[in-house]
Design a protein around this ligand. Structure first.
Ligand SMILES: Nc1ncnc2c1ncn2[C@@H]1O[C@H](COP(=O)(O)OP(=O)(O)O)[C@@H](O)[C@H]1O
Ligand SMILES: [Mg+2]
Length: 262
């Protein structure tokens, strides 16, 4: 058990988190430990249970078992206190297609009770940073995939959360949008925020995150600082080899495909 004194520095912790879909244990007893002020990458292959975990953490799915504390609060006892302090960009982005980019931010700001002046200045700053100012009066349904991800991130940041949950924020976006999102996340963490993001791409987590958890078939198979994971590396393996070992795909499978050589 983690002592309360140890938990003070944690933005997020779970014990034995589970979520079943019928017979399938999509999340199978996961103990997460995410220090405050870190960029934490939750890494795993497709179908490993990343989205199911993040949905449980953000109240979109009810867990089948286990406990969690988010910013020191039990979301079951006090869901509103948690919702006020976290920002979420879910898998499907949850945007209102009939709003423009600017209206999206105004709507979110009003729901969170921001005063007019704060809402206006934060919206302007976020739209500028995300390079969305010129498109701010267009409907988000007309936005490209990358623009939709950026406006969803801006909306999540607008109320000034302490903790951000992002499900595959870099999936299917170009290098420019990717850089803009990375810069914003670094600035957020630099000001004491915590980011919990999922990715199935090792290179993204390796380049961006300070801490990592690896999930495979619903189970957490590694967790800690990226540095500690590297140092624990067996036989001088690189991170890709360690990752593939951890998720059970490391066995030698050299493609034959003689037909490719013509
Ligand atoms: N609503 C659902 N009903 C049934 N099975 C689901 C549902 N959502 C996810 N799953 C299953 O749970 C497993 C984990 O899915 P998911 O959390 O989306 O993985 P990831 O995000 O890591 O790709 C997969 O086998 C998936 O098919
Ligand atoms: Mg997913």
């Amino acid at each position: 058990m983690t002592e309360p004194s140890e938990s003070v520095g944690l933005a997020l912790e779970t014990h034995g988190l589970r979520r079943n879909f019928g017979e399938l244990a999509a999340v199978d007893g996961v103990d997460l430990s995410v220090p405050r002020g870190t960029l934490y990458g939750f890494l795993g292959p497709n179908g490993a249970g990343k989205s199911t975990t993040i949905k449980c953490l953000t109240g979109l799915l009810r867990p089948s078992g286990g406990t969690m504390r988010i910013l020191g609060i039990d979301p079951e006892n006090n869901p509103l206190a948690v919702k006020r302090r976290v920002g979420v960009v879910p898998e499907d982005l949850a945007l209102f297609d009939r709003l423009t980019g600017a209206e999206t931010l105004t709507f979110v700001g009003k729901v969170h009770g921001l005063d007019k002046a704060t809402l206006r200045s934060r919206s302007k700053e976020l739209l500028d940073l995300m390079d969305l100012t010129a498109a701010s009066d267009n409907l988000v349904s007309d936005y490209s995939h990358g623009m939709r991800k950026k406006i969803a991130l801006a909306a999540a940041l607008l109320p000034g959360p302490h903790l951000l949950f992002l499900d595959e924020p870099f999936e299917g976006i170009d290098a420019v949008a990717s850089r803009q999102i990375k810069d914003l996340l670094h600035a957020f963490v630099g000001r004491g925020g915590t980011v919990f993001l999922t990715s199935h791409i090792l290179e993204i987590v390796e380049r961006l995150c300070s801490h990592v958890g690896v999930i495979a078939r619903g189970k957490l198979v590694a967790q800690g600082s990226l540095q500690s994971l590297r140092q624990a590396s067996h036989d001088g393996k690189n991170l890709e080899e360690i990752f593939l070992d951890l998720v059970g795909a490391g066995e030698d499978r050299i493609p034959q495909m003689e037909w490719l050589s013509g």
